[in-house]
Ligand binder design. Structure first.
Ligand code: COA
Length: 154
């Protein structure tokens, strides 16, 4: 695999819609939202590519004047999970957040998403809240936060 992490481009839209459909059973970003997110100055939309294939994404949101960034989405194409890609995308998202002046990254994850919860646990995220009935099917959200160090990344 020749892995590259680059900003998402408008011509990635079809592949991003496909990734969204493949990776998430519900609560997906619509095509319109994806298109908007590619162009947003307050977001960093990273994609992982293997050659021409788009195989993952990470989306980080920023608010001006705030040192708190939010990991809005993270996804790896099913079939390519379990090979360290999620961890690499998360590390790249953290680097982008630091570069844009954030010192903390927050995220929400479904309480039944074992794979993602393990990934966040293993990479230094701390659970700070549980929000009942957060997702469209009534599932709770777990809220995690990580302090971003100035040097290095995991
Ligand atoms: C969550 C997700 C991004 C992880 O990506 P990935 O490429 O499989 O993750 P990695 O291979 O880098 O694994 C990193 C760690 O995650 C955990 N993990 C990954 N898959 C797991 C699984 N199926 N079960 C349990 N733990 C798992 C492991 O702790 C793993 O560390 P280890 O290899 O040292 O044991 C991926 O499963 C995915 O896209 N899921 C669907 C979308 C989603 O739920 N996104 C998160 C929204 S908050």
């Amino acid at each position: 695999m020749t892995l590259r992490m680059t900003p998402a481009r408008p011509q990635d839209l079809d592949a991003l819609v496909g990734l969204e459909e493949a990776a998430f059973p519900g609560d997906r970003m619509s095509r319109r939202a994806l298109a908007r997110n590619i162009n947003s100055p307050s977001l960093c939309f990273l994609v992982a590519r293997d050659g021409k294939a788009l195989i993952g994404h990470a989306l980080v949101a920023f608010r001006s004047g705030s040192s708190l960034a939010r990991l809005y989405s993270l996804a790896v194409l099913p079939g390519l999970t379990g090979q360290g890609l999620g961890r690499k995308l998360l590390a790249a998202a953290e680097r982008q957040a630091r570069q844009r002046g954030a010192d903390r990254l927050r995220l929400e994850v479904r309480a039944d998403n074992t794979a993602a919860i393990r990934l966040y646990d293993k990479t230094g995220y701390a659970l700070f809240a549980r929000v009942p009935d957060y997702y469209e099917d009534g599932q709770a959200a777990l809220r995690y936060e990580k302090a971003l160090s100035r040097k290095g990344s995991r």
